[in-house]
Design a protein around this ligand. Structure first.
Ligand code: AMP
Length: 566
């Protein structure tokens, strides 16, 4: 593992993609088959192939206990090393010494032997599981001959191997290591779903023989946001189709033999929660991989996302629940049919094949309707389609290039999503700050809060959204509403404000749009917003009409559920 660790260091130390590929390729080329498969998987982020259906569950407590047993660490050495390094691998690595009670036959740690120990950890079950995990960790540590080796072994154990490697880069390194065509490697990776197997096939020159691995999910293609408003020069050439943007759970459905798997975006098979969809897909003969969205819909009306969430949480749902919240799989792409991937075909051809392959027999399955966008279509036409989609209960539009292949795992310009914020928050401005640059003379930075009972809790700060004229006018308005010193002193404390902020009477309500809510210790509300921007001033609202912490929690919960399922 020493060479593995040194390669990681080399990769981490350079920003050059080519140098990273070169270091990795040189390392991979020298490995035997078992080490090659294991090391490639480590680099790709997970020690296991998806087909193994194993996960590594080893807590830091077990790792620390094993480290103490093997290296007899001084009492508080670890705590201070951890504070210093901020990462368990790096912290323990510095404390490595000759194992206490050194055995005569010291094992050498190789990627393959580490993989075997990780298998043991993943497979440990029952009462003594923790002990077995700890023993396996102890064996790993005892075999580490140097701090660097230990550091990286622990990083793999904790799933913390962050050396800036993307899957594409690992694939390119495999191609470079064995002088294979990068495209062949990429296709094989899609088919096998396991980079370890691909590396071995590249070495053996059998890349072409890797079949579609049904039952192994591949990365889904993603869309880039397109700001609502137009004009849309990117859409001018007439090479686009328009689809509704469904607000459900992204599903990659594999139908093969008698089996049907419904993979969510996190590659979990959620089929057990949606038996009616599994049954409906099983009625379609032939092996295929479909891409689509699962939505809750009753009598043609789309139901709110939280209904879908209720379904998602219930495995083996009772018939009453299935009737109360009916679901539908809306397919919008075909990735494989029989033994062949079709992702290299242009979208229009894949759409043609999809219509042939999946003929809906009832409401449980639908093919997403689409229409072509004519060359030179005015923004009004796009917006009319947008409104129609919203009227059908969907989120907006997805625009897709007709000639584009399916690019797994990529967010590119071939698919564009057009939506408006689902939620905005009405917040109260509690403090303001002088701007920077050309805004230095104005109070342009607003700190705002949500309500929690009688209290106001800060949730964020926004700099953008208002016009210069509004900011100028507000500057005087705020200056006239600065809190007197004693009240301000109190507010600094209760609202946890910075001294450079001017505390103002909490009277102005602003509507805030944002991309994501995060749990965060930064603000007193316990949340922060990503990319907050002021949509408008809500002079029609009083502070008591502002949104509450409760609503923030709800939006946050919905967002988490959507991320894990959709
Ligand atoms: P967002 O979640 O806003 O990043 O939007 C991307 C998601 O939109 C995708 O991951 C899909 O789950 C979903 N989506 C809904 N409708 C479509 C569609 N017609 N084509 C592609 N993706 C879609």
């Amino acid at each position: 593992m020493l060479r593995f660790a040194q390669t990681c260091e080399q990769i981490g130390a350079t920003a050059s993609r080519l140098a990273k590929i070169d270091a990795l390729a040189t390392y991979l080329r020298a490995l035997d088959d078992d080490d090659l498969a294991a090391a490639t998987r480590f680099f790709s982020g997970s020690p296991f192939a998806p087909t193994e259906e194993r996960t590594l569950s080893v807590g830091s407590r077990t790792i620390v206990a094993a480290a103490h047993a093997v290296w007899q660490l001084p009492e508080d050495a670890l705590a201070s090393a951890y504070r210093e390094a901020g990462d368990l691998g790096a912290a323990l690595g510095t404390l490595v010494r000759e194992p206490a009670g050194l055995s005569l036959f010291r094992e050498t740690l190789t990627p393959a032997s580490l993989k075997l120990a990780l298998d043991e950890i993943a497979d440990a079950k029952g009462k003594a599981a923790n002990k077995r995990r700890q023993y396996a960790c102890e064996r790993i540590f005892a075999a580490c001959a140097s701090p660097l080796e230990a550091t990286y072994a622990i990083k793999i154990l904790t799933g913390d191997l962050r050396i800036g490697l993307r899957e594409g880069l690992v694939l390119d390194a495999i191609a470079a290591a064995f002088s294979r065509d990068a495209d062949d490697v990429r296709k094989a990776a899609m088919a096998a779903g396991d980079l370890g197997a691909v590396a071995r096939a590249a070495k053996a020159d059998t890349l072409g023989a890797v079949d579609v691995a049904y039952g192994t999910p591949i990365g889904v293609m993603l869309a880039t946001p397109l700001a609502y408003g137009g004009p849309y020069p990117i859409l001018a050439d007439g090479g686009w189709i328009v689809e509704d943007k469904y607000d459900g759970i992204r599903i990659q459905a594999h139908t093969f033999g008698e089996r049907v798997a419904l993979y969510s975006r996190t590659h979990t098979d959620v089929g057990a929660a949606f038996p009616e969809i599994v049954a409906a897909l099983r009625e379609h003969a032939g092996d295929a991989i479909y891409d689509g969205e699962l939505i809750a819909i009753r009598d043609g009306r789309v139901l709110p996302f939280r209904d879908l969430q209720t379904r998602l949480q219930r495995k083996d749902p009772a018939p009453e629940l299935q009737a109360a919240i009916p679901v539908q799989f809306v397919a919008f792409d075909l990735l494989a049919r029989g033994g062949r991937f079709v992702i290299d075909l242009p979208l229009v051809e894949r759409r043609g094949l999809l219509a042939e392959t999946l003929v809906p027999l009832d409401d449980r399955i639908a093919i997403a309707p689409w229409s072509a966008l004519e060359a030179g279509s005015a923004p009004e036409i796009v917006h009319a389609r947008f409104d129609e989609s919203r009227a059908r209960g969907h989120e907006g539009l997805v625009l897709k290039r007709t000639d584009a292949p399916y690019a797994p795992g990529r967010r590119g310009k071939w698919w564009l999503k057009l939506k408006r914020e689902l939620a905005t928050l009405d917040c109260v401005v509690v403090a303001v700050e002088w701007g920077h640059g050309k805004r230095a003379k104005w109070l342009s930075d607003y700190t705002f809060a949500v309500r929690d009972g009688d209290e106001l809790l800060v949730i964020g700060k926004a700099y953008t959204g208002l016009t210069d004229a509004e900011i100028v006018a507000n500057t005087d308005w705020f200056l006239a509403r600065q809190l007197p010193e004693d009240e301000a002193a109190n507010a600094y404390r209760t609202l946890a404000l910075k001294r450079r902020e001017l505390v103002v009477e909490p009277t102005l309500v602003v509507e805030i749009a944002f991309d994501v809510i995060q749990a965060s210790a930064l603000h007193k509300s316990g949340f922060s917003l990503r990319f907050p921007r002021i949509v408008r001033m809500r002079t029609d609202k009083r502070p008591s009409d502002a949104d509450t912490l409760e609503r923030v929690r709800t939006i946050y919960g919905e967002m988490l559920a959507r991320e894990s399922g959709g």
